[in-house]
Design a protein around this ligand. Structure first.
Ligand SMILES: NC(=O)c1ccc[n+]([C@@H]2O[C@H](COP(=O)([O-])OP(=O)(O)OC[C@H]3O[C@@H](n4cnc5c(N)ncnc54)[C@H](O)[C@@H]3O)[C@@H](O)[C@H]2O)c1
Length: 266
């Protein structure tokens, strides 16, 4: 028996990284999963791995029609929608605020807010009726940058802090039919990228793994799979029936980092 037997879910940006780990885990727990992805290659890889248990939809999270099409695909393929996971995001690579040219700021702001915040709102809006009908839930990917500075630049940290408000307001407005929760990963080994024209990739950054390992009490860089079980718990109507507006931190213990790493006190 899987913990999500018979569930139907939709994951945005589920072709790679944390979203892909959530898709893999949901399928392993018995769910069918629609995946909104920009990449045909990722769509093919999902179908190869999971066959009819997945329904890839090619589209852009910034586009209302693509979000609607994704929900309609899940409903027509799987008959209902129990869980929405808004997850697609882009990064600013901790670019220092003073180094972003004033004339570039508006375009960079619009792109990262459109993907990281508008994308979540569009997916939630497109899913409302279906989630009400199933008394389902939303499980958002947030970030340690939803609570702490320094894990991104001013633009990324603004989007991820902003999503805390989005999550809390939706939890308030959509109750009692729809629960709204989140998982906030810390440093994770993924190919998280930047906006258009930015070729940088998070896992390729010099010293990234050592930096995360040095900065968290648990002392290692997490893998996407390390977070996936928490999404299952929050998606499950039996395991978290009385939980809404809650964010589970999966960040190696940043909050209790203190002045020194635990390892250095040994
Ligand atoms: N990697 C980390 O250390 C980390 C830590 C905390 C939170 N996060 C968050 O996790 C989420 C997933 O990121 P990841 O680290 O797995 O990186 P990733 O690049 O592996 O996954 C992000 C996915 O979003 C997709 N995407 C980006 N823009 C899109 C758009 N406009 N339309 C459709 N899809 C789009 C990408 O193609 C990719 O598949 C993001 O919201 C990110 O901010 C990542």
């Amino acid at each position: 028996m899987g913990r999500l037997d018979g569930y139907a879910a939709l994951v945005t940006g589920g072709g790679k990284g944390i979203g892909r780990a959530v898709v893999d885990r949901f399928v392993a727990e018995g769910a069918n999963v629609g995946v909104l992805t920009r990449s045909q290659g990722d769509a093919d890889s999902l179908t190869e791995a999971h066959g009819d248990a997945v329904a890839p939809i090619i589209g852009d999270v910034r586009n209302w029609d693509d979000n609607q099409r994704a929900v309609e695909t899940v409903l027509s393929r799987f008959g209902k929608l129990d869980t929405l996971v808004p997850n697609a995001g882009i990064y600013d690579f901790s670019d220092k605020f003073q180094n972003i040219r004033g004339e570039d700021l508006e375009a960079r702001y619009r792109e990262i807010f459109d993907v990281n915040v508008l994308g979540y709102l569009l997916a939630a809006r497109a899913s409302l009726e279906a989630l009400r009908a199933s008394e389902g839930s939303i499980v958002m990917t947030l970030s340690s940058s939803s609570f702490y500075t320094g894990g991104g630049g001013a633009l990324y940290v603004s989007t991820k802090h902003g999503l805390v408000g989005t999550l809390r307001q939706l939890a308030y407005e959509l109750s009692p039919e729809i629960r709204v929760n989140g998982v906030a990963p810390g440093g994770t080994r993924t190919g998280l990228g930047g906006g258009s024209g930015d070729a940088r990739v998070l896992e390729d950054l010099d010293g990234y793994e050592a930096m995360v390992a040095r900065n968290v009490p648990l002392g290692f860089l997490s893998e996407p799979e390390d977070h996936a079980g928490l999404y299952v718990t929050l998606a499950s109507k039996t395991e978290s029936r009385f939980v809404t507006a809650h964010i589970i931190r999966s960040d190696g213990g940043i909050e209790v980092r203190g002045r020194r790493r635990k390892r250095e006190t040994k």
